[in-house]
Design a binder for this molecule. Structure first.
Ligand SMILES: Cc1ncc(COP(=O)(O)O)c(C=O)c1O
Length: 442
């Protein structure tokens, strides 16, 4: 579609007296696609008000994900999340979100002056978030009228929620369900994809082939389409990247092949999941995406960070590490050579480490809220040492990045448990966005 049209256009040899300024020159690097970088010139559509080729691409995406409508984002799932939450919260300002939501959800709460309540999450013995508390969800919905529910499925670590169950509950309370599916664009290739949502936002760049940060908003209830689209044009750049759009076009075009490629990936994953390891454990769970290779160090004398370093020494770069595990992301574009290298590295590392108990201390306790996030912006703030912050109201977000899930939000009361969690994380080399000090309200 877009790529063929561009091929044809380039053959016609128009001279570009228009943006972008690189003008398809050949004095710059060949491996950066200047030659295919263009803008809304005659005959090419406008993503922020699509009428032609981008409508066709969006229709194909909607077909692939079996939804009513789709909107392309060249600004990540972040832009889709901001736009969707804004579109649904003009009047009712109450929103119910999974506590472990990504910071873009919290940013939407700040931008739209929302009043947030949180759904409790359930963690496993490594501290990974594996589910939500369904009872808590029902209780909260029965006590308040919310503009929307926002949940994350699958999680960064690959755990899927029971979307069917959540959607049924959401319908009982006539509350729209928004699913942050940023980490699940590839789930359509597996048996784990269900379109039980009103709106889902997914990052094609995270697990499929489209360039960073290609994403899409998937809509099952067309009543929301118009306002979400209008908001996308507000939050998205007015110069959407045509290079990114070409990569989305290529992804759509090649999608039929992706199903076969997923079978090949399964074979490579089987070899990893069947490894005979004495100390490390490759976490297997029926509710989990197998392409998120979660290696537990909980029963070993090393933590996830040491495992990350040991893998790096063996020329393997991973996605992230935590005190009790390391996360590796596989995709349909991985090679057998890469998997063989990983297999050898894990076997070798496993032989060099010992059995031990690597207890974690990490609390996902939801702090007491004193003020809404947006109310804290205008308040005076000062900086104190973390150790002196107990009992104070937090003036900023505190999170580890990745994954960008807040431990504390502005307006929440800092207590001893939260301080211990922050200390535990920094002592275990988890990169928090703060150093030894924290902003508190005066
Ligand atoms: C759960 C979750 N939601 C949303 C996002 C934002 O996605 P994007 O990078 O496509 O903007 C991320 C990014 O890592 C994420 O982890």
């Amino acid at each position: 579609m877009l790529n063929e049209k561009l091929d044809q256009y380039l053959r016609e040899d128009y001279y570009p007296f228009h943006m972008p300024g690189s003008k398809r020159t050949n004095i710059l690097r060949e491996d950066i696609p200047y030659k295919r970088d263009l803008t809304e010139i005659n005959g090419f559509d406008n993503l922020n008000d699509p009428k032609d080729i981008f409508c066709q691409m969006e229709e194909k995406i909607a077909d692939i994900y079996q939804v009513e409508d789709a909107i392309i984002s060249t600004n990540g799932s972040t832009c889709g999340i901001l736009s969707t939450i804004r579109a649904l919260t003009y009047e009712n300002k109450n929103i119910l979100i999974q506590r472990s939501s990504h910071k873009s959800v919290y940013n939407a709460i700040e931008l739209n002056n929302l009043k947030s309540d949180y759904i409790n999450v359930i963690i496993d013995n490594m501290g990974a978030i594996i589910d939500i508390d369904y009872k808590d969800l029902e209780e909260k919905l029965s006590n308040k009228d919310y503009a929307a529910i926002v949940i994350t499925s699958p999680s960064y670590e690959g755990y899927y929620l029971d979307l069917g169950k959540i959607y049924d509950i959401a319908k009982i309370y006539s509350t729209p369900l928004i699913v942050d599916m940023a980490h699940g664009s590839h789930s359509i290739l597996t048996d784990k994809y269900y379109n039980d949502f009103d709106i889902a936002i997914t990052s094609f760049h995270k697990n499929l082939s489209a360039l960073t940060p290609s994403s899409g908003v998937l809509i099952n209830n067309k009543d929301y389409s118009k306002e979400i689209r209008r908001n996308m044009a507000i939050f998205q750049t007015s110069s959407p990247s045509y290079v990114i759009l070409q990569s989305i076009d290529e992804m759509i075009d090649k999608f039929p092949e992706f199903y076969h490629k997923y079978s090949d990936l399964e074979k490579n994953l089987d070899a990893i999941y069947e490894l005979n390891l004495d100390h490390l454990e490759i976490v297997h769970d029926n509710k989990k995406d197998r392409s998120k290779i979660l290696v537990s160090t909980a029963n070993t004398d090393i933590d996830g960070f040491i495992l990350e370093e040991m893998l790096r020494d063996r020329k393997i770069e991973i996605e992230m590490s935590y005190p009790t595990y390391a996360l590796l992301i596989a995709s349909i574009f991985d090679s057998k050579i890469g998997f063989d290298r990983l297999q050898d590295a894990l076997m070798d590392i496993d032989k060099r480490i010992k059995k031990s108990t690597n207890n974690f201390y990490f609390s996902y306790k939801i702090p007491e809220k004193s003020l809404e996030i947006s109310e804290t912006i205008v308040k005076g703030k000062s900086t104190v040492n973390i150790g002196d912050s107990a009992g104070k109201i937090c003036g900023q977000f505190v999170y580890a990045y990745p994954p960008g899930i807040p431990i504390l939000s502005p307006g929440e009361v800092i207590d001893k448990d939260i301080i211990s969690t922050m200390r535990y994380m920094t002592d275990h080399q988890t990169k928090l966005n703060i150093g030894d000090t924290i902003l508190i309200l005066d």
